[in-house]
Design a protein around this ligand. Structure first.
Ligand SMILES: [Zn+2]
Length: 296
């Protein structure tokens, strides 16, 4: 089983006290390195072209320029340093390498990356996210002739950036389950896009099976009479019991169960999962390992 990553993702450091510390990814690397059957692949950084299908050039130029002078505040909760632009391109590059692997029929793939992406908007950073990796992957897949794309976002926060980028694209079906009410405030069930968005707002503190079944019902609705050509998972692990930024109660086996059901239901469809949130490093690592095992 191949997991795509890049050491440069460790160099983005938003400062002491920020939840998105390099130690998150370091814990994931450590867990995967000692895990049987996993091959960690160092991927090259992304070129700019695939990012331009989702983001405005002026915004990307601004991130690069700010990083080049040592960093600064991209948004209220998104601070960058001198390495953040390189780290962001490295993260998208690893995600694209995972996509290429899966689309070539070489097996499902996982991208272990940071910073996360699903809050990033076309023209601005938000919620620790700079570039929206999953939206970039959806466009890259379409560019290669994979028309129908299912995006499953199980991060505890609503994938508002992803929704903003796909809500007028009927060939992409977007399913997001998230804590409600909670950051970023969007993601109510009546936000339907052009009928292609399936939001599942959920209360905190429910038994895990309530979340497991809700997401599955959402996937069921999103795929009734419609078969995806590729499945992209915004795999956040801040829905795990004990995460400092979420109130869900999920355990590693629940992520594995979703992957198992996706594989069973869409047997011939490539799955690419990429890391989003998850702010208790060892819990995050356990969630990633369970997901990778289920994909392999
Ligand atoms: Zn999150």
């Amino acid at each position: 089983m191949r997991v795509f990553t890049a050491r440069a993702c460790l160099t983005h450091a938003p400062g002491a006290g920020h939840p998105d510390q390099p130690s998150r990814l370091a814990a994931v690397h450590a867990a995967l390195q000692s895990h049987r059957g996993v091959e960690l692949i160092e991927a090259p950084g992304a070129p700019i072209e695939p990012l331009l299908r989702c983001h405005e050039r002026s915004y990307l130029d601004r991130v690069a320029a700010m990083s080049a002078v040592g960093g600064g505040e991209l948004g209220p909760d998104t601070t960058i340093n001198a390495h953040s632009w390189t780290a962001t391109l490295a993260a998208t590059g690893a995600a694209l390498a995972a996509l290429n692997h899966a689309l070539a029929g070489a097996g499902h793939a996982f991208a272990a990356i940071r910073p996360p992406g699903h809050h990033a908007l076309p023209d601005r950073a938000m919620g620790f996210c700079i570039v929206n990796h999953v939206a970039v992957l959806a466009e890259a897949a379409r560019h290669r002739g994979f028309e129908r794309i299912l995006i499953v976002d199980w991060d505890v926060h609503h994938g508002n950036g992803t929704q903003a980028m796909v809500e007028r694209e009927s060939r992409t079906h977007f399913v997001s389950m998230h804590q409600w009410p909670w950051y970023p405030g969007s993601g109510s069930a009546d936000e339907r896009g052009v009928g292609n968005c399936f939001n599942l707002p959920m209360a905190a503190g429910l038994p895990p099976q309530a979340y497991v079944e809700s997401l599955w019902r959402g996937i069921d609705r999103a795929t009734t009479g419609w078969q995806p050509d590729v499945i992209l998972v915004s795999a956040g692990y801040d829905g795990m019991q004990g995460d400092p930024l979420g109130g869900f109660t999920l355990e590693p086996e629940h992520y594995a169960a979703w992957i198992g059901r996706l594989r069973e239901r869409f047997a011939a469809t490539p799955i690419v999962a990429l890391m989003e949130g998850g702010y208790a490093p060892l819990r995050l690592a356990a969630g990633v390992v369970a997901t990778v095992d289920a994909l392999s």
